[in-house]
Ligand binder design. Structure first.
Ligand code: PMT
Length: 225
C-alpha cells in the first residue's frame, strides 16, 4: 500500500457539517459537503487502517471498508467521538462543527407574526470536540485539526494549534470557490510545533493521501522506533 505506516492503525475521522435545530423544521448549518473527510477515510482504509467516520448529514456514499456513524448536531458528534477517541491511534477533525447552537429549540414550528418584524435567536456555545480529544490524559490519539479561515490563515491556524493543543493543523483557505467547501479540490498548509508544509491545490482524494503521509511522518518523528 501507499502508506505502510497506517497498516493496522485505528483512525477516527469527523466529516461534514453539523445541523443545529431551531424548531422541528429549521436548522443552522454550513456549506461542508463532507468530501475532504470522506477522502481521508477512503485513503486510510485503502492503506489498511481501521477507520471510523463520524459524519454530519452529507450526500456521499460510505467508502469501502469504513465504519460510518451518522450524527446531526455538534452535541451528538461530540458524544460519538468521545465514546471512541481513546481506542483510536489517530483522530482527524475535518468536520465543520457549529460553534454555537440555539439555546432553546422550539417544540413546535415557529410562526411568523404580524407584530414582529425582527426575530432574535439566542445561541450558546457547543462543546469543542477536538479540544476535548486533545485534552485526554490517558490513551490520547495523535490529534489533527483543520482550520477553515477566510482571512489571516496562518496566524489563526497557529493559534488554534496552540489553544486546542493539537499535534498538527491543516490551514484551509475557504475564501475561494476553487477549493475548500464543496469543491472537488483543496489546498492546505500544515503547521505543527516547529514546522510547516504547504500542499498545493489538487483533488481532495490526492490531498488526503498527502495529508496522511505527513501525519505518518510526524508520528514517526515524535516516537522514533
Ligand atoms: O466538507 P468539504 O466540503 O469537503 O470541505 C472541507 C472543509 C473546508 C470543511 C475542511 O477542509 C475543513 O476545513 N474543516 C474544518 C472546518 C472548521 O470548522 O474549522 P474551524 O476552524 O471552525 O474549526 C477548527 C477545528 O476545530 C476543526 O478541526 C474542527 O473540526 C474542530 N471543532 C470546531 C468546533 C467545535 N465545536 N468542535 C470541533 O471539534
Amino acid at each position: 500500500p501507499a502508506l505502510p505506516a497506517l497498516q493496522g492503525k485505528t483512525l477516527l475521522i469527523t466529516a461534514g457539517p453539523t445541523r443545529e435545530a431551531i424548531d422541528p423544521v429549521r436548522f443552522l448549518s454550513n456549506h461542508s459537503s463532507g468530501k475532504m473527510g470522506f477522502a481521508l477515510a477512503e485513503a486510510a482504509a485503502k492503506a489498511g487502517a481501521k477507520v471510523q467516520l463520524v459524519t454530519g448529514p452529507v450526500n456521499l456514499p460510505t467508502p469501502v471498508g469504513v465504519e460510518r456513524i451518522d450524527v446531526q448536531s455538534a452535541q451528538q458528534m461530540h458524544s460519538a467521538v468521545m465514546q471512541r477517541a481513546s481506542a483510536a491511534d489517530i483522530f482527524i477533525g475535518c468536520a465543520a462543527v457549529a460553534d454555537y447552537r440555539v439555546a432553546e429549540v422550539a417544540e413546535q414550528k415557529m410562526k411568523k407574526t404580524s407584530s414582529n418584524d425582527e426575530l432574535t435567536l439566542t445561541l450558546v456555545k457547543n462543546p469543542d470536540i477536538i479540544a476535548d480529544v486533545a485534552a485526554l490524559s490517558y490513551q490520547r490519539p495523535f490529534t489533527v485539526g483543520f482550520a477553515a479561515e477566510t482571512e489571516n490563515l496562518a496566524s489563526y491556524a497557529k493559534d488554534k494549534l496552540q489553544r486546542k493543543k493539537l499535534d498538527l493543523i491543516c490551514a484551509n483557505d475557504v475564501s475561494s470557490k476553487e477549493q475548500g467547501f464543496h469543491s472537488e479540490h483543496n489546498a492546505i498548509t500544515a503547521y505543527w510545533q516547529g514546522g510547516e508544509l504547504a500542499l498545493e491545490r489538487q483533488p481532495k482524494t490526492a490531498l488526503a493521501t498527502a495529508i496522511l503521509q505527513l501525519i505518518a511522518q510526524r508520528i514517526q518523528q515524535q516516537q522514533p522506533l
